[in-house]
Ligand binder design. Structure first.
Ligand SMILES: O=C1O[C@H]([C@@H](O)CO)C(O)=C1O
Length: 680
């Protein structure tokens, strides 16, 4: 006879299962509980504003400029309902640097991922943020970014996780450039014959504020005659405490300018670029091109009785814009205490060797385990040239095609096979081997087009971006190229035309992952990415007027794998008539911040149900077994099932098999019989 008292309270398999399900269930519960849905409502409209103390109209969101910052944690879902309050323009918003895995329709690119949102209508973007980093959002229709449609987007690590570097506080700088001419006027100029170039910006803005025509020290002097500033253009002050380390996040949404940022007397440690950790390196200043972002760590270890200047100046184009100055204000010093050391000087605009040496120092962090695949399966060489159409209009072309976007967005068009909506002939994969990049295009005439490069899922794509001479002799410009839907490895930069000899110089060991990369004048840049994100993605020069003039290409990637596209993203062009779902803009009801408690409760309830279900199933099996005459050993939990101790003691066998029972055991007497064994 087995001694019930000696038996474990729960049989081992049950115990193991129970513990595992608790751990598993709570793991899932907690991960769900901490990831939230961040809900935003953006009402977009033009408004009067004085970003640089000169009143103008800007594209604002919810009555502010720049738009409200978005902040979320890794794995959160961001939901932004965009309401277009403009009277005469459509609008879209692109989430720069967010990969949009599984939501290519939410990339916010007019004519590519969706139809522009009509005046008076709305569209809800919903996407997951799966990578920590410094990002921003901006308009991606016409030149609306240059009109001020942008804001910052920061993704923090999951709660409780720590960055691989330490800092005490954080400062967030969103840099942009500002013109006094409207984007409508700029665009008409670009389309005119002869073209009227937009020229250099009037002012550099820091978080949407700047001071036009107000140089250096004057701007902090409130009594100065030429620098009368109001709230909207108050000089930017970085308030810091001595002996602390600050993470300064810097993102550039400039329309044109390449910028340089430095703080007098302080060095910076670069730790992040475009949402990826880099091998930390020290520098006195950073170059930042449109579309890029960096995080630098700065320690306030200088004389505490002083304030210091920080400055942001233009590089890469002959500057006509004064550098933006900001005060690095060591608390508790007054802002009125002007620094004794001069502002950092922006390096010479055309000192490209210096620019290259900075860019070449940006390398992947040793922690970064995602190395590029060692070989590519497809290589595309993209030559950019400045050209004319019909001998008149100035455009930019890639492999002799200047991109003009179709009226039907590619994503829907390709998914539904609406082939008449864009050129079916793919653009050339390369350019003539004998093209001389050192002289203006011998035949400047080019064509417009809207064909796409199609990629199969999993292709390993190399792109060689090849720069060349523009229309004017001895002129080649800087172009920062931005890819949507991907980070890519920057394999290298080089001078002149890319050749097979350059292959060996490519860095496959620790290339940085970026979403934006520069091509230097008369040079090339090589990148690699894996086509593993179904969707249609634009790859383009992030200089707003250059994209407007055709400097971009379209990558269509395994579009057959794209699942649902919200009908309202398809409400224009031929997708509108193809679409069988009636298109009525239906905003999703506001969901508010993430329902942490309900999620948690849901999972707890789910877990309890599963455990009870499995327990009941076990009991059923047990009862069926007993009815069929099977017996079980070590059932110390039988009392919990309503069996008396004596009953428990009766069932005490060494084997589960009925055949092993003795005659007596298999035919118990009436008195000894277990009532629950009796057939009704
Ligand atoms: O696209 C551009 O056009 C002008 C110039 O090349 C012609 O005016 C310029 O500086 C650009 O970047």
């Amino acid at each position: 006879m087995a001694k019930v008292a000696n038996q474990p309270l729960f049989p081992l398999p049950f115990l193991v299962f129970f513990v595992l399900s608790i751990i598993f269930g709570f793991g899932i519960t907690l991960s769900k509980a901490v990831s939230q849905t961040r809900y935003y409502k953006f009402e977009v409209d033009y408004m009067f504003w004085s970003p640089d103390c000169v009143e103008n109209i800007v594209l604002g969101i919810n009555g502010t400029f720049p738009g409200p910052p978005i902040r979320a944690n890794v794995n959160d879902t961001v939901v932004v309902e965009v309401i277009n309050n403009l009277s005469t323009e459509g609008v879209v918003i692109h989430w720069h640097g967010i990969l949009q895995r599984g939501t290519p329709w939410a990339d916010g690119t007019a004519s590519i991922s969706q139809c522009p949102i009509n005046p008076g209508e709305n569209f809800t973007y919903e996407f997951k943020v799966d990578k920590p980093g410094t990002y921003f959002y901006h308009g991606h229709f016409g030149m609306q970014r240059a009109a001020g449609l942008y804001g910052s987007l920061i993704v923090d690590l999951e709660e409780g996780k720590k960055e691989p570097f330490q800092y005490d506080e954080e400062i967030n700088l969103l840099l942009s450039d500002w013109w006094h001419t409207s984007i409508q006027e700029q665009e008409v100029g670009l389309k005119s014959n002869p073209m009227r170039w937009i020229g250099e910006p009037q002012t550099i803005l820091i978080n949407g504020t700047g001071q036009f025509n107000c140089t250096s020290l004057d701007k902090y002097n409130t009594s100065s005659e030429h620098c009368e500033w109001k709230d909207q253009c108050a000089p930017f002050v970085l308030k810091v405490e001595p002996n602390k380390t600050y993470r300064i996040r810097i993102a550039s949404t400039t329309s044109l300018s390449a910028l340089n940022f430095g703080i007098a007397n302080h060095t910076m440690l670069v730790v992040e670029a475009d949402g990826n950790y880099v091998d930390p390196f020290e520098t006195s200043d950073i170059d930042i091109y449109s579309g890029e972002s960096y995080s630098v760590l700065v320690t306030t270890n200088q004389a505490t009785t002083q304030n210091y200047w920080a400055s942001i100046g233009v590089r890469g184009r002959k500057p006509k814009t004064s550098p933006a100055l900001l005060l690095f204000n060591y608390l508790p010093n007054s802002v009125a205490k002007l620094p004794i050391s001069p502002p950092p000087e922006t390096p010479k605009w055309d000192d490209y060797d210096r620019s290259k040496s900075f860019t070449n120092r940006v390398l992947a962090s040793a922690m970064n385990t995602t190395k590029p695949p060692p070989i590519f399966t497809r290589r595309i060489s993209l030559l950019n040239t400045q050209n004319r159409i019909n001998g008149k209009f100035t455009k930019w072309a890639i492999n002799n095609i200047s991109l003009t976007l179709p009226s039907t967005p590619y994503l829907g068009a390709i998914k539904f096979g609406l082939n008449s909506t864009f050129n079916q002939t793919p653009p050339p994969e390369t350019f003539p081997k004998n093209y001389n990049i050192k002289i203006p295009p011998p035949n400047p005439n080019t064509n417009t087009g809207n064909g796409v490069y199609r990629f199969r899922s999993g292709e390993i794509v190399d792109v060689i971006l090849q720069n060349a001479n523009a229309l004017t002799n001895n002129t080649s410009e800087i172009h920062p190229w931005h890819l949507h839907g991907h980070d890519f490895w920057v394999l290298g930069f080089g001078e002149g035309k890319f050749s097979t000899a350059d292959e060996t110089k490519l860095n496959l060991q620790n290339p940085p992952l970026k979403n934006t990369v520069v091509i230097f004048p008369f040079g090339w840049t090589a990148i690699r990415f894996v086509a593993d994100n179904p969707g249609v993605w634009i790859f383009h020069c992030h200089i707003e007027p250059h994209l407007d003039m055709g400097m971009g290409v379209i990558f269509a990637e395994a579009v057959e794998r794209v699942r649902e596209i919200p009908p309202y993203a398809l409400a224009c062009g031929r997708t509108a008539t193809h679409n069988v779902v009636p298109i009525i803009p239906q905003p999703k009801p506001p969901r508010g911040p993430g329902p942490v408690i309900p999620y948690f409760m849901l999972w707890v309830i789910g877990l309890v149900i599963i455990v009870c279900g499995i327990g009941l199933f076990g009991v059923c099996l047990y009862r069926i077994g007993l009815r069929r005459g099977y017996t079980f050993n070590n059932l110390s939990w039988r009392p919990y099932l309503g069996l008396s101790d004596s009953q428990s003691n009766q069932i005490e066998f060494s084997d589960l098999s009925r055949s092993n029972l003795t005659q007596e055991e298999s035919n118990p007497t009436q008195e000894e019989s277990n009532p629950i064994l009796e057939e009704p």
